[in-house]
Design a protein around this ligand. Sequence first.
Ligand code: ATP
Ligand code: TZP
Ligand code: MG
Ligand code: MG
Length: 275
Amino acid sequence: MSAPSSVPTVPLDAAAVGEALAAMRGHAPLVQCLTNVVVAQWTANVLLAVGASPSMVDNPEEAGPFAAVADGVLVNLGTPQEATVAAMHGAVSAAAAAGTPWVLDPVGVGGLAWRSRVVVDLLAHASPALVRGNPSEILASAGGGSGGRGPESVDAAEDALDAGRALAREHGTIVAVSGEVDHLTDGTRLVRVANGHRWLTQVTGGGCALGALMAAFAATTDDPLLAATAATATYTVAAEVAAERAAGPGSFAVALLDSLATLNPQELTEKVMLR
Ligand code: ATP
Ligand code: TZP
Ligand code: MG
Ligand code: MG
């Protein structure tokens, strides 16, 4: 399968964010997810709803060959086993060789020693297009902080920003720090996305599915900072629309799939709050 052609690099503004959504839907990128067992189904549903094509190929025999034909790859460390870590290295090798963007979500690093070494090894293996995590995970990935509370952050996004910039520069990547306001940086430029809803924190995989969306947008957008911004904007604006129709986290999760499917580029451009 040939990789989808990318949209040209465009200035980072609200109109470019809407155009990136249209381009991503136009290509329906094949996104390989090596993700955790908690969020796999939710992640696949989010990708399908938004118009991408998920495939959870995460065993050591098939992960490399599949990454060679996928359009984007997600590596999420939420529930790592030795076999899936071997599969991650195979996928990262093949993605790097093919020039396919891969996204690292270092779930739970810092507080847990073995997966923290896995992150160091993966980052040494090849540079991801994007690293996406909560503030504690970004601090730990840059070699600092005290670790989160399992997959949850104990730090604020602003406090992880310097670490995020350093990590972005060291690996030539984009770093996305989640929170009430998402902070996205390439080590120089900074974009803040102020959309979202607190119910995203009460649906498991609220952050993990965003990493998969970033892989989808990175597959079809030349500028990875724009890809990260458009993925975040799509997810968080859809969350705001969904929250208007929902009574709590359960009905919100269902409504979020509906609003991801119906969100159009013009509405995204009108509602995104870039700071
Ligand atoms: P954690 O691992 O701590 O759950 P995460 O990075 O996996 O964090 P969240 O911090 O829950 O995921 O972020 C997922 C999305 O939810 C982000 O894009 C963010 O915009 C949104 N979000 C998080 N907290 C809030 C909040 N208090 N208000 C509005 N939106 C929020
Ligand atoms: N345990 C290991 S991974 C995981 C849990 C609960 C899911 C974390 O999802 P998110 O998106 O970081 O909130
Ligand atoms: Mg969360
Ligand atoms: Mg998380």
